[in-house]
Ligand binder design. Structure first.
Ligand code: SF4
Length: 279
């Protein structure tokens, strides 16, 4: 080895850390695990069904410069994939916070996918589906730092695209995403790093989120990013990497100022804020 620290970060790690550093430390150290929730499993099942519909059987033959179109076959396939994914994933649910039963999840997921199919699918021009990346963010005398991830879709018209299947419509909080959303920063940076490797280069550093919320609502938000955001990302990830290297720190900063710090959502609750006796 070269005697340096080697870090590989995902955008979701940065989000986990932003909530509460100590919660992140406990999860990464294996002291607690984040239990799988019904809402997360439903989101994954919808996401996987969409991905399977868009993925070509032969990627080399799939150089779409024409839009996909709705037809009976693709509609049936989408719902078959969803049923398969739900059947496979639902046994892993450890926390029923949102839906209460697989039947309710099935009903909600079917409506969400109908909305996705009606309002989003038609007219997409997919170029890369589930595009993986692992790129060097920076290197110095002490550390080598990579960012890794997987982009839902690169579309020839829309550019970088991500699907979300949450309960509520958070595009109403777009100003927050404009200011500090890390996923659009990481993915736009990654696409810039992949210039020349993609079927088309994108000059515009933006990311489109399709948010399929409630039973049938679909919202869309486009977040713009610039090289200045990428410079901040490097500083942010450098600071986090340096913290991780200080492995002698037994506890990191506690941040209870948000929804995540509650009996319902914090896997660390019983070891920290929900602990009845200290001593
Ligand atoms: S209980 Fe709250 S403050 Fe304590 S580690 Fe968990 S999220 Fe952070």
């Amino acid at each position: 080895m070269d005697g340096k620290w080697h870090h590989i970060w995902h955008q979701s790690d940065l989000k986990t850390f932003e909530m509460c550093p100590e919660r992140a430390r406990k999860i990464w150290a294996g002291e607690v695990s984040d239990p799988e929730s019904d809402a997360a499993v439903l989101g994954t099942a919808c996401h996987n069904a969409v991905e399977r519909l868009l993925l070509p059987a032969d990627p080399d033959s799939y150089n779409h410069c024409y839009p996909v179109e709705r037809c009976e076959e693709s509609y049936d396939l989408l719902h078959d994939y969803f049923e398969q994914e739900l059947t496979e994933l639902s046994p892993s649910i450890e926390k029923w916070n949102s839906y209460g039963s697989v039947d309710k999840m099935r009903s909600m997921g079917t409506s969400k996918l109908d909305a996705w199919y009606e309002e989003i699918y038609n007219g997409l021009t997919p170029m890369h589906v589930e595009l993986p990346f692992k790129k060097l963010l920076f290197e110095d005398d002490e550390r080598v730092v990579h960012m890794e991830g997987r982009i839902d879709l690169i579309d020839s018209n829309l550019g970088i695209v991500d699907w979300k299947f949450p309960k509520r419509d958070y595009t109403r909080d777009k100003w927050q995403y404009d200011r500090w959303d890390v996923q659009s920063t990481v993915y736009s940076w990654a696409v810039d790093q992949m210039k020349g490797e993609l079927k088309r280069d994108f000059e515009e550093h933006a990311m489109t989120f399709f948010v399929v919320h409630g039973k049938s609502g679909v919202s869309q938000m486009r977040i713009d990013r610039s090289p200045q955001d990428w410079e901040f990302l490097k500083r942010k990830v450098e600071a986090l990497s340096r913290l991780v290297e200080r492995s002698d720190m037994e506890v990191w900063t506690l941040n209870d100022a948000g929804w995540w710090c509650s009996e319902k959502w914090a896997p660390c609750w019983h070891l920290c804020k929900g602990k009845e006796t200290y001593g």
